[in-house]
Design a protein around this ligand. Structure first.
Ligand code: G3I
Length: 315
């Protein structure tokens, strides 16, 4: 069978995975390099990872992933610049004026985006800005700067690397619902105001049996605003143990998600949030659940892998 990336290339789509830098050797490195044409660092580029103490930077893992991608002819989406989570404690524990917060955010973006200028395909600039009901999440950024932090962050990212595609990324926005409609209205207003926004990322941390029926329609409505759309963090979790029947259903659901993207020309592709069950966030966060990725813990491809193949036009 041709690797997933050959099938995706033939369709002009991205097939990506989140990766952990320290694991990019052996079987993990071989699969990451051979099967995917796109990488996203799972944690390495988060603020808490790159600037654990103020002014002291650690780019080791981030550099390693970008070097690996370049060696394998892959593109990278940086993840993530402005978020409420995985920030360094010096930042979250500080008490800042609005002017200081604005400066901190802009400097962070200039530093990190600037470091990789011209080398990254894209950045998740703003991550998870909304609550489930479509109101803005009360974060360090929102509380200090108001909703305008989003426009400020996008503008700073564009200035730091004009060649990178700029994303807003969120979860539970895959179907048409209150949260995705809030995101839709935000993107519409940013476009109207001329704020640089290129892409919407639908994370797609899904639950077996709950793929939204409005997924393709939702992708299409964002595309109709004049932005590209990507599925950025796909996984489909299940209650363990994983039975043959559940894994088969998961295969059908992976296929449906990838097909929904393939069906919309402005959907650029799909990234899975870890390609193996041995490198997935699910068991730590949802005890008793797992088996959410396309390969099992021993790197054997699951029906989910075959579902992606089918959706990308393979057999
Ligand atoms: O690095 C430490 C290690 O030294 C320590 O021994 C270990 C003990 O728990 O923790 C390690 O850090 C963990 C880190 O992942 C690396 O494995 C953190 O505790 C853990 O919280 C962190 O979880 C990450 C999570 O974001 C944090 O919110 C996941 O790996 C990562 O996959 C996940 O990714 C997020 C996206 O960025 C945004 N969308 C949702 C998605 C899933 O939560």
């Amino acid at each position: 069978d041709p690797p997933l990336r050959d099938l995706a290339d033939a369709k002009g789509k991205v097939i990506g995975t989140a990766v952990t830098g320290s694991k990019l050797t052996g079987t993990y490195g071989r699969i990451a390099g051979e099967e995917f044409n796109f990488l996203t660092p799972g944690n390495a580029m988060k603020w808490g990872s790159v600037e654990p103490t103020r002014g002291n930077f650690n780019w080791t893992e981030a550099d390693q992933i970008v070097d690996f991608a370049e060696a394998n002819g892959q593109r990278v989406r940086g993840h993530t610049l402005v978020w409420h989570s995985q920030n360094p404690s010096w930042l979250t524990n500080g008490s800042w004026t609005s002017a200081q917060l604005s400066q901190l955010m802009n400097d962070h973006i200039a530093t990190e985006v600037g470091r990789y200028k011209g080398r990254l395909a894209a950045w998740d600039v703003v991550n998870e800005p909304f609550n489930e009901d479509g109101t803005y999440r009360q974060t360090l950024w929102y509380n200090g700067l108001g909703a305008d932090y989003i426009a400020q962050a996008l503008t700073a990212a564009r200035a730091a690397d004009p060649s990178a595609r700029l994303y807003i990324n969120d979860y539970n926005v895959e179907g048409v619902n209150a949260k995705s409609t809030a995101l839709y209205n935000l993107v519409k207003s940013l476009k109207e105001r001329g704020v640089p926004i290129d892409d919407v990322g639908l994370q797609a941390h899904l639950i077996l049996g709950q793929v939204p029926s409005t997924l393709q329609q939702n992708i299409q409505r964002f595309a109709d605003l004049g932005v590209d759309v990507a599925i950025t963090e796909l996984d489909i979790r299940m209650q363990l143990p994983a039975t043959e029947a559940k894994l088969a259903q998961q295969g059908t659901e992976y296929e449906a998600v990838v097909k929904a993207c393939v069906a919309v020309s402005r959907c650029t592709g799909v990234t899975v949030w870890g390609f193996t069950d041995s490198d997935s966030w699910i068991p730590d966060t949802f005890p008793g659940q797992g088996a959410a990725t396309p390969y099992d813990e021993n790197y054997a491809p699951k029906p989910a892998y075959s579902g992606i193949v089918t959706a990308l036009g393979g057999t």
